[in-house]
Design a protein. Sequence first.
Length: 374
Amino acid sequence: MGWISDEVRYDCIHYRGDVPCVYRVNCPYCIHYYPMGFRILIFKLGAMGDVLRTTSILPSLVKGMPKSEPNQYFTWVVDPASKPLLENNPYIHRIWTLNEETMLRLQTEKFDMALCFDKDPRVTSLMKLCQADRKRGFIMGEEGNLHIANSKSEDALLLGLSDPYKFQQNEKSYQQIIHEMAETKEAGELYVLCFADDEIEKAHAQLNKLGATKKPLIGLNTGAGSVFPGKRWLTERWIELGKRLQAKTKGTIVLLGGPEEVERNKAIAAQLGNGCVDLGTDNPLRHFAAMVSLLDLVVTGDTMALHVALAGKTPVVAMFGPTPHQEVDLGGLGEKIWRDQIGPVMGAATEQTSAMQLIEVDEVEAAALRVLGK
């Protein structure tokens, strides 16, 4: 029986080992053999919007491969909360979360390339330990601090070291930055988010059930979570904007938000009355994203919902205050409105100190109507 091991195709993407593969044919006689080819490991745990933006690297890596490497095999390590955004992605073969099995496998398996776009010590340490012929992006140094694995990642490192560089000098989008880190050319796709037909059908059904039937469907994403409170626009401005868009478009206002926006959205809905529906704040992530993809416009701050909308090809009006607008590429899907932040930036900015409050309802309304073609 010594010949069996020599003829098993261990590098086939269909190979299981513990059970027969889906085709249930012995390897030497199988016409479905598909070698993994060039094995690529990606570390990007979160945040959700950044995970979505990082998917732009996938088609670029495939397109940039030499003809001698026709096949690629992608493994992505991600936080459980962001994992649904990677499901059904045609480029990704394995989605791993951080657990004991993942850590053991990363010390055993060998990859052709490892890319780390995350500064989290949990993965920069694994970037250091994993076996890969080429390593690009962030990595942990021997003293336990953040380093870079290749010189092309210097700009990405500098963005975290210098506020003047991040907020005033840098003009590159997040997608441009990670492509530089990976040393590959952009293929032109800003996001890869794919829905199954039944996901879209369920999203349609839920919107209809809620009463979101009169177009245009205008999403107002009113929150920003607790980490970046400065990304929030004042509640009274959302109410005023909603009233104006109801009057000008005769469409439906659809309120978006997370668990922290329950009371805020309830108050806004009470003021807007008929012609306003609350999408709810506890939808499963992919269901939420599918419903957002069916809207005609989303008005939002710099939050996960912004990237979900763009990934679903939904036009946006995006407002920026304590975060750099330069890093967000809308891909022609809408307009940006921003004010330069004075004082604390990023998570240190509060709702009261945020430059978001310098953005007037008039200009957001005008931008929304332009994007809608009204």
